[in-house]
Design a protein around this ligand. Structure first.
Ligand code: NAD
Length: 239
């Protein structure tokens, strides 16, 4: 495994066109649970499975329950900080080596670490708006408190995150495809690659340096040119 990390270090040293594609596993070392690990949200018992609660239909029909789950499980504690992976990625961008971070995460930790070009495929808990009139609102109005938050227009306030059954923003898909297609080194990490269409974007990669850094197996393991089964924070602190 040490050899694989050394290979990744060499790829990074030799490129100024690196793109990172990540998911919930990037933030587990910051203390935010992912969905599919052994202690992830999918293994915990709720009245409904997380993908049901986090769907557009459920949000419309059971907003009370949606917000209870959302605030309890998706809003991290104020003490949560970026980890070594977030920090090193931000540093690689500053060094002119990393072109973009494409993330499925909604936690804003890449930006907190200093990354500037971040494509948030599934939106962000830090941007909120009215589901009816579209007017933006402060995140506190949605992410804190109890019950269903309301806009002065009467509509329900919501986080600007992409719920199941909702489409990704066209602009984000186009940008992500362009960065991935042009990338020399593509590092994919902390994602089960089970959520589509996000995971399908990897098919646009045309290079031969696809590094997959993930603690668990994924459906893309066989397509990787380099497979590292280690914690992503540890790996990025060594490259
Ligand atoms: P996922 O939960 O399906 O998969 C996470 C993957 O990361 C697993 O394969 C696991 O083995 C791996 N992993 C966990 N910790 C790791 C670590 N320290 N180092 C390396 N690998 C690690 O996550 P996903 O693929 O991103 O899909 C879940 C969906 O849930 C996404 O759409 C995402 O928006 C959302 N989500 C986001 C957050 C967040 O913003 N932090 C948290 C939970 C879920």
């Amino acid at each position: 495994m040490q050899d694989n990390i050394a290979v990744l270090r060499e790829w990074i040293a030799g490129s100024d066109n690196i793109v990172f594609f990540g998911g919930a596993g990037v933030s587990t070392e910051s203390g935010i649970p992912d969905f599919r690990s052994t202690d992830g949200l999918y293994r915990q018992e709720y009245k409904y499975p997380p993908e049901t609660i986090l769907s557009h239909t459920f949000f419309e029909q059971n907003p009370e329950e949606f917000f209870r789950f959302y605030r309890a499980k998706l809003i991290p504690d104020k003490s949560v900080q970026p980890n070594a992976a977030h920090r090193r990625l931000a540093e690689l961008e500053r060094e002119g080596k990393l072109r973009a971070v494409i993330t499925q995460n909604i936690d804003g930790l890449h930006q907190a670490a200093g990354s500037r070009r971040v494509i948030e495929l599934h939106g962000s808990i830090h941007r909120c708006r009215c589901a009816k009139c579209g007017r933006p609102c402060p995140e506190e109005a949605v992410n804190t408190g109890e019950g269903v938050p309301r806009c002065p227009c009467g509509g329900v306030l919501r986080p600007d995150v992409v719920l199941y059954e909702e489409p990704l923003a066209e602009r984000d898909i186009t940008d992500a495809v362009n960065f991935i297609r042009a990338a020399d080194v593509l590092i994919v990490g902390g994602t089960s690659l089970a959520v589509y269409p996000a995971a399908g974007l990897l098919r646009y990669y045309e290079g031969h340096k696809l590094a997959l850094v993930n603690t668990g197996a994924t459906g893309y393991d066989e397509s990787a040119d380099l497979l590292i089964r280690e914690k992503i924070g540890k790996v990025f602190s060594e490259v």
